[in-house]
Design a protein around this ligand. Structure first.
Ligand code: TRP
Length: 350
């Protein structure tokens, strides 16, 4: 069979933007953010906030969908995530940063939408399906977990999000959101909600430093935005390269070599990286040298973030205030959408 793009990927992924687009995105607050989040989405958000209205949701309720019995994993990370946003340059004066659990309209919308989505459809969602396979729920899949795509549809529609900067793994969730949007519009008899499109970054998914798995703290293969100088050095030194490239003069393989994947993602001089690749392929360029170049590049990128983050985490009251103000600002818009959706069901009695 030919290498086909899944249907949802081409249908929902866009590079076309309109000035009227509204940006909405979110992150599960289950841990501090890492450099995969940075290239996958955070970096784009910093640029997007200059041109668009942008709302970012700290998705604490979604974080609970697989941590209901360990809520501290979520609650202890909320301000960490806010600090991560600010340290990369997301500006709370330009971007509304808000807390999912503090916006009641989101939970209400979820309950209305849930009546239009079958359990079978949720079980077929490829993202949910693979997450369920990877987590050890056994026979006890939390209802909240299975239905989180509905809550994510509430997040997106509550803020009239039309352009969603996310990684490729989120495409099935956006597809499912649009199905709900179409159903609500059909019930309402007019377009009260807008469909959304994904804005994918050039680097959709950064592999972990081991080259095998996606980045995760438990695998020790990730670099947090708050990584220390030592962490960066350690992770880069242990990074997966080409196992057949033993002597410097051997011809090396660039594909699947994590050092080059990261250089492509983070180094600002593409031509220089292309040159390194040519040398590496021809033989004569050692892994020690390429790792040194990558380490320097990551140290330069993360140093200012780490320093800003340290200052931010020293004033938690200020972080909390930023989140509180953003949340307050976002209630009105979400309430208006809820009012329209309730109206579609004929339930705005008083
Ligand atoms: N599911 C997203 C993630 O795992 C987080 C998220 C919650 C989100 N609500 C959202 C993303 C709304 C985009 C839009 O990272």
């Amino acid at each position: 069979m030919k290498n086909q793009t899944p249907r949802h990927t081409s249908a929902i992924h866009t590079s076309v933007r309109h000035s009227s687009d509204k940006i909405l995105t979110g992150d599960r607050a289950t841990g501090p953010l890492h450099i995969g989040h940075f290239v996958g989405s955070l970096q784009q958000r910093v640029i997007l906030q200059e041109q668009y209205q942008q709302t970012i949701l700290v998705a604490d309720m979604q974080g609970l969908t697989d941590n209901g019995y360990h809520p501290e994993k979520v609650s202890s990370n909320i301000l960490n995530v806010v600090a991560d946003y600010l340290c990369v340059g997301i500006d709370p004066l330009k971007t509304t940063i808000c807390l999912q659990s503090a916006i009641p309209a989101l939970a209400e919308l979820t309950m209305y939408y849930a009546n239009l989505v079958s359990v079978a459809r949720l079980q077929r969602n490829p993202t949910v399906k693979s997450e369920i396979a990877n987590k050890s729920f056994g026979q006890s899949i939390p209802a909240g977990f299975l239905t989180y795509p509905i809550s994510q549809a509430a997040d997106i529609t509550a803020f009239n999000g039309t352009l969603i900067p996310v990684g490729e793994d989120q495409l099935p969730l956006l597809e499912q959101t649009n199905e709900i949007v179409r159903k609500i519009n059909a019930i309402a008899g007019e377009n009260i909600l807008s469909e959304c499109r994904a804005l994918l970054s050039k680097v959709p998914r950064l592999p972990g430093a081991d080259g095998k798995n996606k980045m995760s703290k438990s695998m020790h293969n990730s670099l947090l935005l708050s990584a220390s100088e030592k962490d960066i050095s350690r992770v880069v030194k242990a990074m997966y390269t080409d196992p057949k490239h033993i002597n410097i003069n051997d011809a090396g393989q660039v594909e699947g070599n994590v050092v080059f994947t990261y250089l492509d993602a983070f180094h600002t001089d593409c031509e220089y990286v292309e040159n390194l690749k040519r040398q590496y392929r021809a033989g004569g360029l050692g892994d020690g040298k390429t790792k040194k170049i990558l380490e320097e590049c990551l140290q330069d990128l993360l140093r200012p973030m780490r320093e800003r983050r340290l200052v931010l985490m020293n004033d938690k009251a200020q972080l909390l205030e930023i989140l509180k103000q953003g949340t307050a600002r976002s209630q009105e818009e979400a309430n208006q959408v809820l009012h329209r959706v309730k109206g579609a069901f004929g339930l705005n009695l008083f």
